[in-house]
Design a binder for this molecule. Structure first.
Ligand code: SF4
Length: 678
C-alpha cells in the first residue's frame, strides 16, 4: 500500500496566507463589498473564491469612493499609494507581507542615512515597484548580472542593496561578488530574500528523491508552481502537475498510484489554497482526510512550549525558525536576547536553538529565546541565593563602585568591595573577562541583583592553598606566578598562597630593581628558601645552586694566577672587576698601582679590560682580591731615590754602596714583571 506524504512546506507561504486571512476577515466584518488594490494573489481559483465572499480587485483607485475599504495585497505598494488612499478617504487594510514591509523600512532608513538604494529584482514586478515607491530618489534596479557591466555609480558613493524577496539566492551572491570585484566596497548588503520559496523547493526536492510518484498542485501559469514541477520531474519521472481535484490529469495520477508502492509525494505552489490541496488529497486517499495528513506531517505546538528551532533565515531585525510546525516561527532581535551585535553575527542559517513558543497563529508562530533564558536564569539565580551555588558570567561594564556581570541576559551588579580579595585598582581591566560569583541579593522586580565574587575567590584560594601546602618544603622547587612587584621584592602566587622573592635573591647578578628581571603575570620557578606558615611567611629564591657562578672558582681563579676582567664599578676603597657573570673581584685602592692613587677613577675607567694578579680568594665569603700593583715592575731610579732619602746620606761612595745594595731588588722586580710582558 503506497504512503501518501505531503511536503512540510506546501501551499500558501506565510505572506500569502496572511493576506488571504486578512481579506476574509475584513470582508466578514465589513458586511459590504471590499476591494483589493490589484489581485490579492496570482491564483484564479483564489480570486474566484474571494469574489464569492464579496472581495473584488481594482487596478485603479479612481474606481473607489470615500468610505470604501481597500486591502493592500501581499506584494505591498509605495508610499504614494497610501497617501492617495488617505486623500480619497478610503479605509485601508494592510495585507502587505511583513517581510516586504521590512524592506520598505530598510530603504526608507538607509536613504535617510544618505545611502543610494540599489534593488536586485524585476523592475516590472509589483513588489519591486512597491519597494521603489518608498525611495525619494529613484533607486537603481538590476535584474541580471550582465546589467552590472553598465553600472555607472561612483565607487565612493555609499549604497544600500536590497533584493526582491523571491530573487534567486545564488544569483544574488554572484552579483554581490561581482560588485565587490568591480571595486564597490562601500555597499551595505541587506539579504532580504525570503527563505519561504527556497524552503518550499528544497522540501519538494527532498520528497521527490524518495517518491515513486510526485503530485504538484497549483495553477499551470503560476511561475513558482511550474518551477516546483520542473525540479520534481528532474528527480522523479512520474511527476504530475494538477490544478485541482477536477483536473483531467487526476485519472492518470490515480492509475499511477495503483501501480506503485512506496511513497507518493505531494506538494503545492505558494498560491495554492488549503482547500484545493484538501480536495486533491481527498481524491488520492480513500482512508485519510486532509486533517489527518496535516497532523501526521506537522507537530502540534502550544504557547510556552519549549521546542528546538532550526534557523532558516536571519536578517538584522528578525530570525525565522523551522520548528516542525505547519508554518515557520519568527523571533525579533529583542526576543533573541543576545548582544548588541547584528543578528547575522550571532546566529547563522542551520543553527539549532532551544526556543519558547510565545504565540501560535494559523500563519505565524511567535518565538522567544530571551524569555527562555530569563526563566532558566531566574531559577539559577534563586538557586545561587538559596544554596550559594557559583555562577559564571562576563563582565560588561565597570564603574568606580563596582562591575556589571551579564549572566544569561540578566545584569548582576558586584560592588567594588566584593570584586576580589584584594583591591582592584582599575575595575575596567575586568571588562570582557568571564568571572565566577554567587548571588547575595535578588530582587528582580526592582532590578536589583547583587553578586559576590570575593567569597568565591577566597574559597578558591583556600582550596588551592591546601593543595599547595602539601607540596611546599624548604629546598623544594615550585612554579609560581609573579603577582606584584615592589622596589625591593616580588610577591609570587604559589597557588593560593604567596611567597616573597627578595631583590637579593633574584639571581646571582646584582639587580637594581625587580622589574629588571621580572614582570607581573610571569610564570617562574622558585626555590623555597625558608618558610614559617604560622606567620604566613615564605621566602623564595631564584639562585639555584647549579647555576651558582662561584662553582669551580678555586680552580678557575686560583691565588697567584693572572686573570682578566672588566672594571664594572668603583668604591672609595677600590675598583670592582667582573671576572665572569656573577663573579666580581676587588682591586683595593692600595693595589691599583705602586704609585700613590687618590681615587680608583684617576687610573681606571669603567669598562676597562685589565689583567690582574689574584692575591686572595675566599669562596665562602665570595671574595676575590686582585692586584695590579704586583704586576708592575718597581722603578730602579725611584727606588734608589727612596733609599737615598731614607738613608739621608751624602757623597759618591755612599751612592755606589746604595746602588750595590739596590741591584738584587731591582733584578727581582724585573723578574716578577717578566710574565706580564709575555
Ligand atoms: S514569499 Fe516570502 S516575502 Fe513573499 S509573500 Fe511569501 S512570505 Fe512574504
Amino acid at each position: 500500500m503506497p504512503e501518501i506524504r505531503l511536503a512540510k512546506t506546501a501551499g500558501f507561504c506565510f505572506g500569502v496566507r496572511n493576506a488571504v486571512e486578512i481579506a476574509e476577515k475584513t470582508a466578514k466584518e465589513a458586511q459590504k463589498t471590499v476591494y483589493t488594490y490589484g489581485p490579492l494573489i496570482h491564483n484564479q481559483s483564489v480570486v474566484d473564491h474571494l469574489e464569492k465572499i464579496g472581495i473584488y480587485s481594482v487596478d485603479n483607485l479612481d474606481a473607489l469612493s470615500a468610505g470604501d475599504t481597500v486591502i493592500i495585497r501581499a506584494h505591498g505598494v509605495g508610499r504614494a499609494a497610501y497617501e492617495e488612499m488617505e486623500a480619497k478617504g478610503l479605509t485601508v487594510v494592510d495585507g502587505t507581507c511583513p517581510r516586504v514591509q521590512m524592506i520598505h523600512r530598510i530603504v526608507e532608513e538607509q536613504e535617510q542615512a544618505g545611502q543610494r538604494i540599489l534593488i536586485f529584482g524585476d523592475p516590472t514586478h509589483p513588489e519591486v515597484r512597491g519597494i521603489a515607491g518608498w525611495c525619494k530618489t529613484p533607486p537603481l534596479i538590476v535584474s541580471e548580472e550582465a546589467e552590472l557591466d553598465d553600472f555607472a555609480l561612483d565607487l565612493e558613493d555609499p549604497v544600500a542593496l536590497v533584493a526582491q524577496t523571491t530573487f534567486n539566492q545564488y544569483k544574488f551572491l554572484k552579483m554581490v561578488e561581482k560588485l565587490k570585484n568591480m571595486g564597490y566596497n562601500k555597499i551595505g548588503v541587506f539579504s532580504t530574500i525570503c527563505h519561504a520559496t527556497k524552503k518550499h523547493q528544497d522540501e519538494a526536492v527532498a520528497l521527490a528523491e524518495q517518491a515513486s510518484v510526485m503530485v504538484v498542485i497549483g495553477g499551470k501559469h503560476s511561475s513558482n508552481t511550474r518551477k516546483l514541477y520542473e525540479l520534481c520531474k528532474g528527480l522523479c519521472p512520474e511527476t504530475y502537475l494538477v490544478e485541482d481535484a477536477k483536473d483531467p490529469l487526476m485519472q492518470e495520477v490515480l492509475a499511477s498510484i495503483q501501480l506503485h508502492d512506496g511513497i507518493i509525494g505531494v506538494t503545492a505552489g505558494a498560491s495554492t489554497p488549503d482547500y484545493i490541496m484538501q480536495e486533491v488529497l481527498g481524491t488520492m486517499s480513500e482512508n485519510k482526510n486532509f486533517e489527518e495528513m496535516l497532523n501526521e506531517t506537522f507537530r502540534e505546538v502550544h504557547s510556552r512550549d519549549i521546542v528546538k528551532g532550526t534557523v532558516v533565515q536571519v536578517n538584522e531585525a528578525e530570525i525565522v525558525f523551522d520548528i516542525g510546525y505547519k508554518c515557520d516561527g519568527t523571533m525579533t532581535k529583542d526576543e533573541f536576547g543576545g548582544t548588541d551585535e547584528p543578528l547575522e553575527q550571532q546566529v547563522h542559517v542551520g543553527d539549532v536553538i532551544d526556543v519558547m513558543v510565545v504565540k501560535v497563529g494559523d500563519s505565524e508562530v511567535t518565538l522567544s529565546r530571551r524569555r527562555l533564558l530569563q526563566n532558566k536564569a531566574n531559577a539559577a539565580l534563586q538557586d545561587s541565593l538559596d544554596n550559594k551555588t557559583v555562577l559564571k558570567g562576563v563582565v560588561t561594564e565597570s564603574f568606580d563602585n563596582g562591575i556589571v556581570v551579564l549572566y544569561e541576559g540578566v545584569k548582576v551588579f558586584i560592588p567594588a568591595s566584593l570584586v576580589d580579595v584584594r583591591r582592584v585598582a582599575d575595575l575596567s581591566t575586568l571588562i570582557g573577562q568571564e568571572v565566577s560569583f554567587r548571588i547575595i541579593r535578588l530582587q528582580p522586580r526592582r532590578r536589583r541583583v547583587l553578586g559576590d565574587r570575593r567569597s568565591v575567590i577566597a574559597e578558591e584560594n583556600a582550596a588551592k592553598r591546601e593543595e599547595t601546602l602539601k607540596t611546599l618544603e624548604i629546598g623544594a622547587r615550585v612554579k609560581g606566578t609573579v603577582k606584584t612587584l615592589t622596589n625591593f621584592c616580588a610577591f609570587v602566587d604559589l597557588g593560593g598562597i604567596d611567597g616573597m622573592l627578595h631583590i637579593s635573591e633574584m639571581g646571582w647578578n646584582v639587580v637594581r630593581h625587580p622589574n629588571q628581571v621580572l614582570k607581573e603575570g610571569q610564570e617562574i620557578e622558585v626555590l623555597i628558601k625558608d618558610m614559617n606558615l604560622e606567620k604566613n611567611r615564605i621566602s623564595l629564591s631564584t639562585r639555584f645552586p647549579e647555576t651558582n657562578p662561584w662553582n669551580g672558582v678555586e680552580e678557575e681563579f686560583a691565588v697567584g694566577t693572572v686573570v682578566e676582567g672588566k672594571v664594572v664599578r668603583f668604591a672609595d676603597f677600590g675598583a670592582f672587576v667582573e671576572l665572569k657573570k656573577g663573579v666580581d673581584a676587588l682591586i683595593h685602592i692600595s693595589h691599583i698601582s705602586r704609585k700613590f692613587v687618590k681615587a680608583p677613577g684617576d687610573v681606571l675607567k669603567i669598562g676597562d679590560i685589565v689583567q690582574a694578579k689574584v692575591i686572595d680568594l675566599n669562596t665562602e665569603q665570595k671574595r676575590i682580591a686582585l692586584s695590579l700593583r704586583e704586576l708592575e715592575p718597581e722603578e730602579p731610579a725611584e727606588f734608589i731615590e727612596e733609599v737615598i732619602d731614607e738613608a739621608d746620606l751624602d757623597g759618591a761612595e755612599i751612592v755606589e754602596e746604595v746602588i750595590e745594595e739596590a741591584a738584587p731588588v731591582v733584578e727581582e722586580a724585573a723578574e716578577e714583571a717578566a710574565p706580564v710582558e709575555e
